[in-house]
Design a binder for this molecule. Structure first.
Ligand code: SF4
Ligand code: SF4
Length: 256
């Protein structure tokens, strides 16, 4: 059944750029994960100590003013499904479309409510309603460990999001807390990359098994339909399977 999701203009339509073949993308992600493994925990802990970030609880990172979407790891989906299944929607940037017009996306995001800017489903009076059970990315934000290209084309590690633009800097964070944060950030980035790799491998296997091919023209039409809030058929990567959205219950092997 086609489902509506993500009405509004949160997705970018990438014009005529054809996707990079899946095996190359998997290789690039595996390499990225290797770089991540090599980044020493102690160095990241020192970076966190030097940043000395302290949250002022303005709530902006829980809105689209700052965060386009809040992507969920598999374990977050399990948790949020118990709290409120309506809080889940397909991540708003599908990556593939088969010849029948079905879109495929690499996971779920938290549903946003309202517009300009939309706010997280769980934000209430500037406070998180599920703070003790909030999802993985919310636990590490604003820290990250991502290689990104600078304007000169060189890769640099980004470790703090929007440095100097929110919260307080140069606060004294105990060493042990810095090390714990560093471990959590690395663990999150590893889980994120692993999920992306697994999604691509699953797509490859699923398309082969069902004689499907990526249809770029249908893909662009699908993105247009999403941006207009029109119904689309979408399958979401969900714990090793590509599950049609909306789904009744989440049943996957290995998860009880
Ligand atoms: S789950 Fe809570 S902390 Fe995370 S974005 Fe939503 S309101 Fe913010
Ligand atoms: S992490 Fe930053 S944007 Fe988010 S609530 Fe704290 S100060 Fe505000």
């Amino acid at each position: 059944m086609p489902g509506n999701y993500n009405s509004g203009k949160r997705i970018q339509i990438p014009g005529g750029i054809l996707p990079v073949p899946i095996p190359y993308r998997v290789l690039a992600l595996v390499q990225e994960r290797n770089y991540l493994f090599q980044y020493p925990i102690e160095r990241l802990a020192r970076d966190i100590k030097a940043a000395g970030f302290s949250c002022e609880q303005c709530g902006e990172c829980c809105t689209q003013h700052v965060t386009r979407d809040i992507f969920l790891l598999d374990r977050d989906v399990t948790e949020l499904e118990q709290i409120d299944p309506d809080s889940l929607e397909p991540a708003p940037h599908p990556e593939f479309c088969d010849q029948h017009g079905t879109l495929y996306t690499s996971g779920y995001s938290i549903r946003m409510k309202g517009k300009n800017p939309g706010t997280c489903w769980f934000l209430d009076k500037n406070r998180c309603r599920i703070y003790d059970r909030r999802c993985s990315i919310c636990r590490i934000y604003p820290y990250m460990l991502r290689r990104m290209r600078d304007p000169g084309g060189k890769f640099r590690w980004r470790r703090v999001s929007r440095p100097g633009k929110h919260g307080h800097c140069h606060c004294d964070i105990p060493d042990e807390e810095c090390r714990t944060l560093a471990r959590e950030v690395k663990e999150y980035e590893n889980a994120f990359l692993t999920q992306q790799i697994s999604f691509l491998e699953t797509i490859q296997e699923y398309f082969t098994r069902h004689s499907l091919v990526h249809d770029h023209s249908k893909y662009l039409k699908g993105l247009l339909r999403i941006s207009r809030g029109s119904p689309v058929t979408v399958r979401v990567y969900d714990a090793g399977e590509l599950v049609e959205y909306p789904r009744n219950t989440r049943v996957s092997p290995g998860r009880s």
